[in-house]
Design a protein around this ligand. Structure first.
Ligand code: ASN
Ligand code: ZN
Length: 333
């Protein structure tokens, strides 16, 4: 017989966090039956196999550094708990497949593996330990990004190439960011950046929704030929749309225009008033789950979000107008 137990963990990035675990004999395992049985296992630095359950005698997991193998498991398990809670409490979604079933996360994958990924075939997500310049890839925004790939796959199922692939990636950046805001962890000030905690030099980011082109590869604006970019770069257009919709031009993003091709330059006229995260995330979620399909491109994403905003806030509402203005600002007309 097992039962949920209240544990805690010393995370790599987030300080001390609560964890719901499971008793197993006289010990505890990192499995959360209050959230669909979500668990985190140790891959033992291998790239194959099912990994090993982590166990702990006193239900205080990790020590806040990588000297304890359980530390990054704390970040991963807490990250997927926050993501579960976010989808449940903000969107009424009961897990990735909306059936109450949790996904597994796998840490310590391979050696010097500086990435993380979602897999539909194992219904699981996997995190590497990073390398000489990147910390283990278990930050809250990355964990939520990967888990959100599962949600996309069970809803719109946006094909992972071309413009639909960019929208798939942006969906994971958008919800990854919204989970960071939702969790409101004192050690992770929420921002519209992805992976800002992962760089050992303290200054890198994986992607910016504020100005995607600041990475030298992502697009701020739609242009014909966008679909030939890698999906992690064509996502920039929707990432920036979402930033403008939620935060507007007044939040560290001056009025800009797309007249210089795929980059938004600071000579635009007019400002956009953001409608806030709480409305913007609901519009994106409804568009994703009700109107987008596997082949949705940017033009169709514009219509999908306009319909979602009209459903939620009324035809001709300020929210519908804000969606329209934010897409226009990134050259999706
Ligand atoms: N971390 C990447 C992602 O989730 C892995 C990939 O290229 N699919 O997007
Ligand atoms: Zn992704």
């Amino acid at each position: 017989q097992t039962a949920p137990a209240a544990g805690s963990g010393k995370a790599l990035f987030l300080g001390t966090v609560p964890l719901t675990t499971e008793t197993s004999g006289s010990s505890y395992v990192l499995k959360d039956t209050t959230r669909g049985g979500q668990s985190t296992v140790d891959m033992n630095n291998r790239g194959f196999g099912t990994g090993k359950a982590l166990s702990d005698a006193d239900n205080v997991w990790g020590n806040g550094t990588t000297s304890d193998r359980a530390t990054v498991a704390v970040d991963a398990q807490y990250g997927i708990a926050m993501t579960w809670d976010y989808f449940k409490n903000v969107h009424g979604r009961n897990g990735i497949a909306d059936n109450g079933v949790g996904a597994q996360s796998r840490v310590h994958y391979k050696r010097n593996y500086a990435n993380a990924f979602w897999s539909d075939s194992c219904f699981c997500m996997t995190f590497g330990d990073g390398n000489s310049s990147i910390y283990p890839l278990v930050s809250l925004d990355v964990a939520a990004h990967e888990m959100s790939h599962g949600v996309t796959s069970r809803t719109a199922a946006l094909v992972y190439s071309g413009e639909s692939g960019g929208l798939n990636e942006a969906t994971s950046d958008i919800f990854g960011t919204m989970v960071e805001f939702y969790a409101a962890n004192a050690n992770d000030t929420p921002d519209y950046l992805m992976g800002e905690k992962l760089f050992k030099n303290g200054t890198g980011v994986i992607r910016s929704m504020i100005q995607p082109s600041s990475d030298g590869a992502s697009a701020d604006c739609w242009y014909s030929g966008l679909s030939s970019l890698d999906v992690h770069y064509s996502s920039g257009v929707a990432n920036h749309f979402f930033f403008l919709l939620a935060a507007g031009t007044t939040a560290g993003q001056p009025s800009r225009t797309c007249s210089a091709g795929n980059t938004r330059v600071a000579n635009g006229s007019g400002t956009l008033a953001g409608i806030g995260n709480a409305k913007a995330e609901k519009i994106w979620y409804r568009a994703l789950t009700v109107y987008m399909t596997s082949s949705t491109n940017y033009a169709a994403a514009r219509s999908a979000t306009l319909k979602a905003a009209a459903d939620l806030y009324g035809a001709g509402s300020a929210e519908v107008n804000a969606v329209s203005a934010a897409w226009t600002a990134v050259n999706v007309n």
